[in-house]
Design a protein around this ligand. Sequence first.
Ligand code: GLN
Length: 432
Amino acid sequence: MGSKMSFDKPDPDNAFITLCREIDYQEGPLSGIPIAIKDNISTAGIQTTCGSKILKGYIPPYDAHVITLIRSAGGAIVGKTNMDEFGMGTTTESSAFGPTTNPVDPTRVPGGSSGGSAAAVASGLVRMALGTDTGGSIRCPASFCGIVGLKPTYGRVSRYGLIAYANSLEQIGPLARNVRDCALLYSCIAGYDPRDGTSLDLPAPTPLRSEIQGKRIGVPAEFFGEGVDPAVASVVQSGIQRLEELGAVIVPCSMPSMRYALAAYYVTSMSEASSNLGRYDGVRYGQAPDTVRSWHDAYSEIRRAGFGEEVRRRILLGSFALSAGYQGKYYAKAQAARQMVRDDFERLFESVDIIAGPTMPTVAFRLGETSDPLSMYLADILTVPANLAGVPALSVPCGTAHGMPVGLQLIGRHFAEDEILAAALAFEEGSA
Ligand code: GLN
């Protein structure tokens, strides 16, 4: 039996691009729970823009696999959330629909690129949301807004219907105010889907438990290196001490590949983006040219007008990294560095169960503070390693610095979502 609800709430943080006012839902584990969806996940009949002018007015004819699953679990999809254009950013300021603000302090950004999803959850507009994480885009806004966010193992959640930014790195995952809700939404979206060639057929997630006793937690020195705000570092250090008091064994360790992780991430993600974004011609939706000209001129004009500055920068840099003569110098090198990151995780996970550290090196920036792209890229240093290796990672609230939330990041072995969620629940309960 289907039920109906209406959703008509003010949105002071500009968390949503599109709101659905009348919502149908079914019976199920998510029955009637308001859920917000990042605007790069296809929703049949609901505009999906990726935060870009070039997709304005695009209404997908089909649902992403995760949407089919949420609908059949009874979730009430209330709208599509704001994001950095095509997921390219750490602040949600690069959206063509204006920035989202942080519900904790509206003079600051919510993080990105899933900033709208995080703000909608943190402000209480919805109970849970879906984001996507290519290099930190679920964990960063979770950390900045003081909520929980999980990036699943690569292959655990189907990407069918996700509009691609960098296919080899990204996963869809849940954001929620607590570990229980985060695990609930995760359990509804994880699973095999033959329509995603990288999807894996594994047993369903086990029921959430609280468990930390005897777990070996590796703390890489590099996670507290240069660029990490000392106030953030000290909040996370006391969080790690709390894990120890709860029965975990803390193991200081080292991840030398961290030196190359950020460069490997940006070369890989921009290369994949330049190829993925080649498909946008603005002919059927988005910006259409007023005058008919040669195909070449029209195409250039549409793309120049339809994409924002950051997206254009990445298409250019990515095309350069892939061009003949430079591929070996950049793309191939990035893949070698990516392998070093994978090897480091594999080696560490022989002697530890979980790796812990800060999610972000700082608290939420002020609006406009990261106008220099390089300084914005540097903020991703602690989140990109998990994407490069495909391992699961989450951010759980750990305390505050400068009056703003700080997230503790827990990284697990491939397919050990259950284990990091169990540790996060123990931490959350222990901190309460
Ligand atoms: N900030 C990173 C980037 O700009 C990560 C984005 C993401 O995970 N989508 O690429």
